[in-house]
Design a protein around this ligand. Structure first.
Ligand code: NAI
Length: 333
């Protein structure tokens, strides 16, 4: 069966890691017709808008997208394409499995936890305005509807994957209304899943606990901004941003992307680690029912890490992006 999948190569290291992942997925025997589209600055130059209608139509039609990182200008310029895409397609759940890989120097080689991040609301939605010159206001929107549906997503995911405990991170002691509502919704939904332990922690304490004793966490449920920050913290626990995958899931479709950004400091050098996007691709293969190909790819990835001969620089090796991809393809032959 042929799958039609929207591909957004993205900016910076995006095209370098995306082309490696496309090669690996093809070598795994999955028949994909890729529909390549641009977003952000590249799309602005070509089509006069950062999120062209053709791109949104393609994802809506195909219901699946694989996306490289897209650069967002800091402090000025266009609003985030990543936030825009998640909102436009209502991809409300962001799933980020944090799992160490063999041979990667890191603090917690046994760690396996999953972050479930609400993807559409909170301060991260970027609703800001100037009240008067010198005074700006940034709005934190939290709704019962979105908080309940992300909590339900976390519990359903945990039930399906055999996860035992969900910790909701919040600052309801200070933001009593907004974070208070998020926490209340979590507690209400938790009553329907008595087999799963429902725990909560104030977010600053949760961060300290993550660094000291991360094994106490199983699934973490976080609103948008905390989820963004804590995902990078967790990436650091298992060896860095080059490794951690992500899935943005909604009722109408799903978009798979790495946690990392466009890494302008190493872009164009052919040395980026494609593992994070590849692991996102593996999540995507499972999502579209290609379980065998997903397992084959994952096994090959683990073998390459176990052997430890061909690893990229961010994790202590010397291999280039394409050499690392070749090693995985070689393993699958
Ligand atoms: P970043 O994740 O791009 O880079 C942080 C550090 O990690 C850099 O030193 C980089 O070289 C390293 N790194 C990241 N991915 C790597 C990989 N695959 N292999 C090896 N090293 C890797 O974060 P930064 O610099 O804050 O953001 C750069 C741009 O990316 C910004 O415009 C930001 O808005 C955008 N961004 C986009 C995201 C997306 O499209 N989903 C997510 C995060 C950031």
């Amino acid at each position: 069966m042929q799958h039609r999948i929207t591909l957004i190569p993205g900016d910076g290291i995006g095209p370098e890691v995306a082309s490696s992942v496309v090669r690996i997925i093809e070598a795994a025997g999955v028949d994909v017709a890729w529909e390549t589209h641009y977003a952000g600055a590249q799309a602005l130059e070509k089509f006069g808008e950062t999120l062209p209608k053709e791109l949104l139509d393609s994802i809506t039609r195909n219901k699946v997208a694989l996306k490289g990182p897209v650069t967002t200008p800091i402090g000025k310029g266009f609003t985030s394409v990543n936030v825009g895409l998640r909102k436009a397609l209502d991809l409300y759940a962001n799933l980020r499995p944090i799992r160490a890989l063999p041979n990667v120097p890191c603090r917690y080689p046994e760690l396996s936890l999953v972050i479930v991040r609400e993807n559409t609301e909170s301060l991260y939605a970027g609703l800001e305005h100037v009240v008067v010159p010198g005074v700006v206001e940034s709005l934190k929107i939290i709704t019962e509807k979105a908080s309940t549906r992300i909590a339900r997503f976390a519990f359903e995911y945990s039930r399906r994957e055999g996860r035992k405990k969900i910790t909701c991170g919040h600052k309801a002691n200070i933001m009593k209304l907004s974070d208070g509502l998020f926490l209340d919704c979590f507690r209400n939904v938790a009553k329907e899943y008595p087999e799963i332990e429902a725990d909560d922690k104030i977010i600053d304490n949760a961060c300290m606990q993550l660094v000291m004793r991360p094994e106490q966490f199983d699934v973490m449920l976080l609103e948008n901004l905390y989820g963004d920050i804590v995902s990078d913290l967790c990436a650091g626990l298992i060896g860095g941003l080059g490794l951690v995958p992500g899935a943005n899931i909604g009722e109408k479709g799903a978009m798979f992307e790495a946690v990392h950004g466009s890494a302008p400091d190493i872009a164009g050098q052919g040395i980026a680690n494609p593992t994070a996007l590849l692991q996102s691709g593996i999540l995507m293969l499972r999502h579209i029912g290609e379980r065998e190909a997903a397992d084959r790819t994952e096994n090959a990835l683990f073998k390459v890490f176990e052997e430890g001969r061909v690893l990229t620089r961010d994790i202590g090796g010397t291999a280039r992006t394409a050499e690392f991809a070749d090693a995985i393809i070689q393993q699958m032959r």
